[in-house]
Design a protein around this ligand. Structure first.
Ligand code: GLV
Ligand code: MN
Ligand code: MN
Length: 407
């Protein structure tokens, strides 16, 4: 059976469209993501793969079973109002790659398994890569089980929607021991390939990155009746902190990579004619190295505390997640570059499940060209032609890695 990556993406093009934000909102264990999970299971079964959902909510489609497996895949969930490619392109390309090898009668010397990891974006529960972090033990099961979404639903409650027993969450030694390597194909989140006029790259590294919750507290009051000089407005304090983050990261974002973003805010209670009593803001900071990232954070937090004080407010900071700089396995990287005829090697500022698995097993990534570089947006794109070139590159990578028998 042939499976075309573009046709596969078209099959899911109507699932999880967001009529308000545009693009897609496919959050873990919510109806759209559950529909995508069913689509992945159905398509994999149709291909003759053995489908299994692990105890951490990741889905696996096995072509052969046993140790020394080569894992490929990505995720199906999206950011709020995300694009069509971030995640699903990697899953669809993996299905197309396995189908192509089956079609030509290729017999892999090792098992191949396609993974669809759960909650890669952290859009529902706040922390990214939950499925891979649970599987590797990078996060304790109890911590994840207790996370809540905006409606107060815990992860432990939410995962029941796909039949996951929360009692089984946690490091999966057996699965980790069965995997020899992981390769994740992803749409590029940047314009490196467009600049180089090339369709596919191999990844070198991921910036260190973390998320911090900033809680600015002041005094709720009446928007009309409260004189300006009497206010303790946490939104004003937060706004100054946003500008400080922007200024500080920009000053460091040159030869080094420095990124700071506040993209999510919740003013409480959130009324047009109400001075908020509190505002929760989530700060995303990224940098080349851990010390650089931590230094950037400290500078931003210093400015944020100063702005809270200036406005008569308090500021509480909670680190929600942190992932150190990832350098992908150099040997695997070079083998992929060689097998693909010398494709470019690019670094990325985006986090991935591959970055979590890299701490445990040889891991690599392939990027498919994104002509505008835009991602985490409805305007994320990749041409049909490039999607097919990417899927063929992944096919060659799987062929390479499964041509050698396990030791
Ligand atoms: C995920 O895409 C991230 O980089 O946060
Ligand atoms: Mn993403
Ligand atoms: Mn992604």
């Amino acid at each position: 059976m042939t499976l075309d990556v573009v046709t596969l993406l078209n099959e899911i093009a109507e699932i999880g469209r967001d009529p308000v934000r545009g693009g897609y909102s496919r959050h873990v264990y919510e109806p759209a993501e559950l529909e995508l999970r069913e689509w992945f299971r159905r398509t994999s079964t149709g291909l003759g793969l053995e489908v299994e959902t692990d105890r951490n909510g990741n889905i696996w489609a096995h072509w052969g079973r046993g140790d020394g497996a080569i894992a490929i895949g990505s995720h199906l969930d999206s950011v709020p109002g995300g694009g069509a490619y971030d995640g699903p392109l990697g899953v669809a390309s993996s299905l197309a790659a396995v189908a192509a090898l089956m079609e030509e009668g290729f017999v892999p010397a090792r098992p191949v398994t396609i993974a669809a990891f759960g909650e890669e974006e952290g859009s529902r529960f706040g922390i990214a890569c939950l499925g891979s972090k649970l599987m590797t033990g990078a996060l304790p099961a109890a911590t994840v089980a207790a996370l809540t979404d905006d409606a107060g639903v815990t992860y432990a409650e939410a995962c029941l929607a796909d039949g996951i027993d929360p009692a089984g969450l946690g490091r999966d030694d057996e699965r980790m021991a069965s995997l020899a390597a992981f390769v994740e194909l992803h749409v590029e989140q940047g314009i490196g390939l467009a600049d180089l006029d090339a369709p596919v790259a191999v990844a070198s590294s991921i910036l260190a990155h973390g998320r911090w919750k900033l809680v600015f507290s002041g005094e709720g009051n009446h928007a009309g009746a409260t004189r300006m000089r009497d206010r303790r407005d946490p939104v004003a304090a937060m706004a100054a902190a946003v500008l400080a983050a922007q200024r500080i990261a920009s000053a460091h974002d040159g030869a080094d990579s420095a990124r700071a973003t506040i993209g999510r805010l919740t003013p409480i209670p959130g009324g047009t004619n109400v001075i908020a009593s509190r505002v929760d803001a989530w700060l995303d900071v990224r940098g080349d190295t851990d010390p650089q990232t931590r230094a950037l954070l400290e500078e931003i937090l210093k400015a944020s505390h100063a702005s809270a004080e200036e406005h008569g407010c308090t500021l509480e900071v909670v680190e929600e997640s942190y992932v150190s700089t990832v350098h992908f396995d150099p040997d695997l990287q070079q083998r992929l570059v060689g097998a693909l005829g010398g494709v470019p090697v690019l670094a990325t500022g985006a986090g991935h499940d591959a970055g979590i698995l890299a701490a445990e097993i040889p891991t690599a990534m392939l990027f498919t060209r994104n002509p505008t570089g835009v991602s985490h947006s409805p305007y994320e794109t990749a041409t049909d032609e490039d999607c097919r070139v990417g899927a063929r590159a992944l096919t060659e990578v799987v062929r390479l890695l499964t041509s050698e028998p396990r030791k």
